[in-house]
Design a protein around this ligand. Sequence first.
Ligand code: F6P
Length: 324
Amino acid sequence: IKKIALLTSGGDAPGMNAAVRSVVRACTYYRIECVGVYRGYEGLIEGDFEALSGRHVSNIINKGGTILKSARSMEFKTVEGRAKAHKNLVDAGVNALVVVGGDGTFTGGLKFIQEFNFPVVGIPGTIDNDIYGTDYTIGYDTALNTVVEVIDKIRDTAGSHNRLFFIEVMGRDAGFIALNAGIGSGAEEVLIPEKDIGLDKLEESLKNGRDKGKTSSIVVVTEGKKIGKSVFELGDYIKEKYPAYDIRVSVLGHMQRGGTPSCFDRVLASRLGVAAVECLLDRVSGVMVGVINNEIVLTGLNKAIKLNNEIDKELLRVAEITSV
Ligand code: F6P
């Protein structure tokens, strides 16, 4: 391996820059050339490359977003798009590719390996934490802390006005953000895709709270329909049945993806960046580098995308017990 290309793809996540820095610096350390690809697979197809030296990545470890920019490429889903991308890499003398992103990113990487036998290693970067083969994805810790900080603020208003708040958080099809932020912010109820508690249970838990003297409540809801309803429909439904509730709905949105990465995400990204380059040097391809029980673990990209990280049952119990 003499030249590695690096891209960030899919939804950006805080700590992606720390991963970029780590890959570039590891390349410098091992005397390999590193080429940055802009806008994920889009830039791979268009040949939007730039040689990166150790100095290009100075002072980015503390920055949110990704200096390489990101995109969700439709063209890379086509054989023609991938063929163009492959040609660009070969023309640029690149021997291997490191991709930072989530399941869409790894699916693209896997196709690329299958079609061209081109070495690819993945680094998990997404706020959703929905990747198998790592305890944490880059960006998840920062997003969690952002969400908890905001819910704390909303709780001030909820308390002052005796309100019931439904707060929608990101997570796509995974409830990691909602469950952990729910516990961390002391939410009364958490609605996640992994467990449909049903409307009766929601109503019962809100009623119990009132009976026990709670004057305000927070319900954290993963985006998408939960118990068959969007967060706004849930608000309307409860309002109609219980007119006494003063209800507000807050959708946190993309603010969850931005901001300064936490130290945890920076260290995780730094470890995974070095591990990815070392994998390629060892001629290992088709894997994602992750951390399990604080050790670097390699998982086949096919497994990383297919087997979803299971939600922790103990956390579900803790959420239930601590919200009585
Ligand atoms: O995968 C990260 C994520 O933020 C999800 O939580 C969310 O569903 C999605 O990306 C939003 O994507 P976009 O920024 O393209 O709207």
